[in-house]
Write a protein that binds this ligand. Structure first.
Ligand SMILES: NC(=O)c1ccc[n+]([C@@H]2O[C@H](COP(=O)([O-])OP(=O)(O)OC[C@H]3O[C@@H](n4cnc5c(N)ncnc54)[C@H](OP(=O)(O)O)[C@@H]3O)[C@@H](O)[C@H]2O)c1
Length: 357
């Protein structure tokens, strides 16, 4: 089977580099176009980029030129699938224009997440929301569409909430985060601000978690938009001096009385019908640890199997019942499960359903 040529927008940045990592030797997709700002356009990727993702820079991108975000260039290169790691303000203009021209955009940016016709897709959680793209005007006019993935802090939370909502119903969610530096891009937070310190403010992060979680776990009304989940979400987000991995404490008010063992089984036994059956879909979306000092960013960030799904599993630990509430810690890889890996999985699912390819 010939591979589908793809492009990366914002290829030089933190998430762009993780796209190059997550797409390395991908069985279905082949990177053919890299794009960034006018500042980077015309340069060779391997000479321009200060590589930050794991391991060595993939050979497949090292000699590729960096282009501006230009639909004509992508068409000339035979690319119709675009993975976007653009800043939200750039994404707002560029992604819509690209979808209007017939491109299939899988975006990490916040620009369209709360748009009523754009899904925030996490296949394990809300696979059916992909059908929203059929209602996008660009889909009807040129075939193009936008699919977003959630904010990096929201993603792990939503994955863990899905089995709890299915089994017990959810009344409320309180979440506090300890978020990695890589979540702020490169070079990100000034070292003088974060060394020996914790920053209790990440711009718009708490609002994103509170709104996105309810949309993701909401119900897609037939022929309509998503009706958000009815429970409240309260989020408090901090930046800590960790490289990768967002740690969260979660307190979930459940709809009925429950047994701690059943909650543990619900999380650890959670599967989606295609778990382990798409290249980037982890066999176990949630891994439950019983040790009292797990999960930890350094030890659990890369959880997930098979090898291509490394970093795609969410790790949960210190599960405890507190009345009708369940308490736990949660960890997910912010640039894989919360960004590039999430978009790649969305594109795999879209291809499996025949939306692209
Ligand atoms: N970091 C995370 O964990 C994470 C997680 C989820 C979502 N996101 C979202 O993903 C997006 C990228 O984040 P990041 O952390 O990768 O940021 P970043 O490291 O600052 O990278 C930004 C990228 O966008 C490019 N860019 C900037 N201005 C541009 C313009 N006018 N036209 C075209 N390209 C432009 C940059 O190219 P140059 O090098 O040429 O400037 C660079 O490639 C953001 O929307 C962010 O909110 C990030």
């Amino acid at each position: 089977m010939a591979k589908v040529p793809v492009g990366i927008l914002g290829a030089t940045g933190m998430v762009g580099q993780w796209f190059a990592r997550c797409l390395e030797d991908h069985p279905w997709f082949e990177i053919r176009a890299l794009a960034a700002s006018e500042r980077s356009a015309g340069r060779v990727y391997g000479e321009l980029v200060r590589w930050n993702a794991d391991g060595e820079m993939p050979a497949a991108v090292r000699r590729l030129p960096v282009h501006p975000v230009d639909p004509g260039v992508f068409s000339d290169l035979g690319v119709r699938v675009l993975f976007s790691a653009l800043p939200a303000d750039q994404a707002l203009v560029a992604e819509r224009a690209l979808a209007d021209k017939g491109f299939w955009v899988f975006s990490n940016a916040a620009a369209f997440r709360m748009d009523r016709l754009t899904p925030i897709l996490i296949p394990e959680v809300n696979a059916g929301h992909i059908r929203l793209v059929e209602r996008q005007p660009s889909r009807k006019a040129s075939g193009g569409f936008i699919v977003t993935n959630a904010n990096c802090t929201t993603t792990g939370l939503a994955v863990a909430l899905r089995p709890l909502q299915d089994l017990f119903g959810i009344r409320s969610v309180v979440m506090s985060s300890y978020q990695a530096l890589s979540g702020a891009g490169y070079p990100g937070v000034a070292s003088m601000d974060i060394t020996g310190n914790v920053l209790p403010h990440i711009q718009k992060e708490e609002e994103k978690v509170e709104l996105e979680t309810k949309k993701i776990l909401g119900v897609l009304a037939p022929g309509g938009a998503v009706r958000p989940a009815a429970f409240d979400v309260v989020a408090s987000c901090c930046r800590v001096a960790v490289r990768y991995g967002h740690l969260e404490t979660v307190l979930v008010g459940l709809g009925k009385d429950f047994d701690e063992g059943r909650a543990r089984e619900a999380l650890g036994g959670f599967r989606w019908e295609l778990s382990g059956r798409l290249p980037t879909a982890p066999r176990r979306p949630v891994i439950v640890r019983d040790e009292p000092d797990r999960p930890q960013p350094r030890l659990d960030c890369d959880a997930g199997s098979p090898e291509r799904a490394r970093g795609m599993a969410v790790t949960v630990g210190r599960l405890r019942k507190a009345g009708r509430r369940l308490r736990f810690y949660l960890l997910s890889h912010n640039t894989v499960r919360g960004a590039a890996g999430a978009s790649v999985l969305n594109a795999e699912y879209a291809k499996k359903l025949g939306y692209i390819g």
